[in-house]
Unconditional design. Structure first.
Lengths: 256, 256
DNA sequence: AGCATTGCACGTTGTTGCACGTTTACGTAC
DNA sequence: GTACGTAAACGTGCAACAACGTGCAATGCT
């Protein structure tokens, strides 16, 4: 009879709160505190946690359900939990009022969903699904980069897109990456893509790449073009173990 | 035995007011005060808040709906079957190998889904969800128009977008419409929107508007700007009865 | 020991209803 | 048709209160 022990684990409590949230559409902090027999402070901490992951909308007195975005692509389902974790870490690097370049890619779509609301953020993107993930949410300005959309990538690239990107200066840049060679940097499949990514990196203060471990390769043979330097690399190694690496132009990889 | 308490959170109340507004088209402050068991002052504050976000129009005694706004998902679900039917009729006007301007809007998203595959079509759009509806499907080329995304519209508008649109020549144009005045033509809510729609209409050979019957109004008083002429109007009158109308610059309406 | 979680104390912020003076809508008198 | 009076609705300032975030010490687990 270990179905519902009296002792409720913190992580478990958050899951239960999420269930209630999906059932009722809202939760009241005071009621939750009474139900779980913990202080309202703990409930508030839970709600803050969940909101920072984009799983609910924090409001005065409780929390509301975020209008869930329909899962679009099958590829987005692969490694979904891992990507959400990485996205959460990457989102924590974003500061109030910043301007962000968000490239196309499933990891970056997860990032867009994980971005916190009410932070006065500007999201500049060439990917329709990234745009859809933030349009209409409070505290977001969205700028779309136009151009011919590459169906393999799911976003616009090409000279037209590059020209528009060069008109903008951003604080942070999240390029999608195809492969990471510890010695030679980031790689893409395609020359056009590289030009675009280089443009947004050059137009940004800092660059953050999100990658699942399978992107780390020793020799990037069949990838055509290197991108260049990034300042942070948010990567997952092993189960639940996070490695945030500082990555420089020459390819030095420093774990933190 | 409802476990859900009847406490209403402040922000939740605003959401509920907005829902009611979309259902009834209007709300009365005194009624809301009684319903939510708060003072009329609080209701007034809520309405002022919503109005300042452009979500409703404040009037003496309550508030009215500003149709342009809010839950895009909801608008997509309303009249879904009707819109699908209209979308298929409109899609039948598209010929092999043509270039199409597809504006933002729920009807046009339905159109994008209804467009036939393997026809070598080029879809030029300012709306992320329209782009997503065709990206990756066989026989489609997608060109995204960039710019600042208006969250009420769900697509990019503004001078940046207009400039990009002017670089392109299309065969067909599908502008989103807010209202259709049989005598004076198409109307939008907003000057910026109008400029964009005029630009894509001028850059196209023919123009086709899709509209549900509620868009047909006798006098478009509160809409700021007229768009101009369209050549075809795909509109539904009554249940399942389709009227395809030929519409000219001067406002002559010819049913077919 | 090291770490996560919790409840409490404190100062801060958001929300509410009331009091007050002003504006608006509408019916009535002229 | 215009002028006027009244009551409802309005905005604003204010005080009371609930909820909030943060720092800190106590507790429990590994």
């Amino acid at each position: 009879m270990n179905a519902t022990p009296d002792t409720t684990l913190p992580r478990e409590r958050q899951q239960l709160i999420l269930d209630r949230l999906h059932r009722d559409g809202k939760v009241v902090a005071a009621d939750l505190a009474q139900e779980f027999r913990v202080s309202e402070d703990s409930i508030r901490r839970d709600l803050r946690d969940l909101a920072s992951q984009g799983l609910c909308r924090r409001v005065y007195g409780g929390a509301l359900l975020t209008q869930a975005i329909a899962p679009l692509d099958q590829r987005h389902h692969e490694r979904a939990e891992l990507k959400r974790t990485l996205a959460h870490v990457a989102a924590s690097l974003v500061g109030e009022g910043q301007i962000l370049f968000v490239d196309a890619g499933s990891s970056n779509t997860a990032l867009a969903r994980a971005l916190p609301e009410h932070r006065d953020l500007t999201v500049v993107t060439n990917a329709p699904d990234v745009a859809l993930a933030v349009i209409g949410r409070p505290g977001f300005e969205v700028i779309l980069l136009g151009g011919r959309v590459d169906p393999r990538i799911g976003g616009a690239i090409g000279s037209r897109t590059v020209r528009q990107a060069q008109d903008i200066r951003a604080d942070l840049c999240f390029p999608g990456v195809c492969a990471i060679d510890p010695e030679r940097g980031l790689w893409t499949y395609d020359e056009e893509e590289t030009v675009f990514k280089q443009a947004i990196i050059e137009a940004s203060g800092e660059t953050v790449a999100i990658a699942t471990p399978d992107k780390l390769v020793a020799s990037a043979t069949h990838h055509t073009a290197p991108i260049g330097a990034i300042s942070h690399l948010v990567v997952s190694a092993g189960t639940d173990q996070l490695v945030v690496a500082r990555y420089r132009a020459s390819g030095v990889l420093v774990t933190m």
